[in-house]
Ligand binder design. Sequence first.
Ligand code: B12
Ligand code: SF4
Length: 502
Amino acid sequence: MATRRPTMLLILPRSEINGLHRVFGHRFVPLALMTVGALAEREGWDVTIVDETYDDLPDERPDLVGITVWTLFATRAYRIADAYRARGVPVVLGGVHASMLPGEALRHADAVVVGEAEAVLAEVLADARAGTLRGIYRGNWQPMEASPTLDDMSHLYDRFPPWRYWPQYSVQTTRGCRFNCDYCSVIRINGRGARHHNPHDVIAQLKRRTERNRLTAGLMFTDDDFGSDLDYTTELLEAMVAAEVKVAWTAQSSIGIARHPELLALARRAGCSVLFLGLESITRESLLEANKKNRPSEYAELIGRIHDEGIAVEGAFIFGFDHDGPSVFADTIDFADEIGIDLTFLNILTPAPGTATFARLWDQGRIVDFDWSHYTGYQAVFEPELLTRAQLEAGLRSAYRDFYARGRRTRRFRRHLRQLSPDMAAVLAAINWSFGREFHDIRVASEPTYAAPQVELERLARTSRADANDAIWLAADQVDGGAGHGHSTPVALGRPRAGSAA
Ligand code: B12
Ligand code: SF4
């Protein structure tokens, strides 16, 4: 008699706010769960992936539930976890928030994967089958070869309706980042440095998938800094051009990529349509405060070079640095429009758990809200220096309305018609409209629904003060005294780059 394959339900909890994930061009298939799902399939499990933004949780009772936990939907993740455990279904939590606060996560789960799933998921699943799940599992950083590839995940992508998501799929060629921005979680969860997939394998798989599915409209490289390792990026893009992969793609990068005109030209030939740049502030003092090396005086010229290649720019800015006064909102929007930013994504500085910004503001006694569902990037959870919290929140709203006001959008569209292809101008107009609609009224849940336990916050403060490469391991040690499962030697991460322009 054939034995039944065990079943795992993987959940991306819904965030109970509107925001970036609902803007046209920013609706991604959940890559973390595709990755965990492909790893579970290797171990003989059947997986179902639910993106709760769109779909309800199924009635069937799985053998195991896995939930990805980011800070802004941690409280929702915990509610779901508690409900499944009440039905006798074991739960494993993972992802950036669970990695920074494993003690808090473990109050709602049978197991928590700190770090990346690749190193430890097989052990977690074996323990789940044996009914012996034991707390913290350390998912030390592995070479990228350990991660499922696009080929491994292709059938999982096919289960998501393509009309719902754009970009239609995401590819992560690289994990980690060489920079060390104070507010960023990425270097804490993936480490400082860079690990790459073999560029020729990535492109061969991309070619197969684009040809099989005729998906030519949307690919996102989710790497956190597409331009951080110029040799790697060049090799990847040359392979893409040589293979004639027909797909329009976007990527996130530090603005430093624009110092390399030949790389920009190559990116364009390979199909790059939009670069998402973390510009963060128009004031050098604010950038230095966040350990960010950008120089606003260069923005106009560097963005001009990107435009010269026919590539559009989505520029992200943060409000609430200690040097930001009441004029920062209007000044930033005027500046962004003047230098020709095509799309903007605006945020309030948020002390993400485990980051240096969290440590600094905690040590200064300035964090006033520990309800994680308010860590949306649209709410002020700390006391700013030159503004009130109310001014900061109102300023974000006015800045969004200003940048996406009809008059500015029309002028931008006319410029796009002159600078870019009509197709590209139409796509940018649609994204501008979608941003304007989504952020015209930012809906956030401001009532308190949760307060993180004090003991976990004190552990978190220690985690946040640690160097980027040590943070999550210290987080795990504080919960289990170093007795957790998993490999003990993280992979070499390469040399962090000091002092260069991010
Ligand atoms: C692509 C992306 C998006 C996409 C959507 C992605 C999606 N639906 O999956 C978009 C553009 C919509 C987006 C939006 C936002 N994002 Co975002 N995003 C990313 C990005 C760049 C990549 C995510 C990804 O796919 N990673 C690849 C996977 C494979 O890595 P992973 O998630 O770490 O998963 C591994 C482990 O964590 C672990 N794991 C993860 N989940 C689970 C679950 C189980 C059961 C197990 C066992 C293991 C496990 O194993 C995985 C494999 O190793 C990350 C940065 C990053 N490098 O992760 C930021 C990041 C996740 N985003 C972040 C933020 C803040 C946001 C926004 C709040 C921004 C805003 N103000 O609007 C919104 C929130 C949207 C929402 N409401 O859902 C922060 C989260 C910080 C935090 N502490 O929570 C990050 C880390 C960026 C940063 N600079 O700090 N984002
Ligand atoms: S450049 Fe800064 S914000 Fe971007 S991923 Fe690297 S450390 Fe994080």
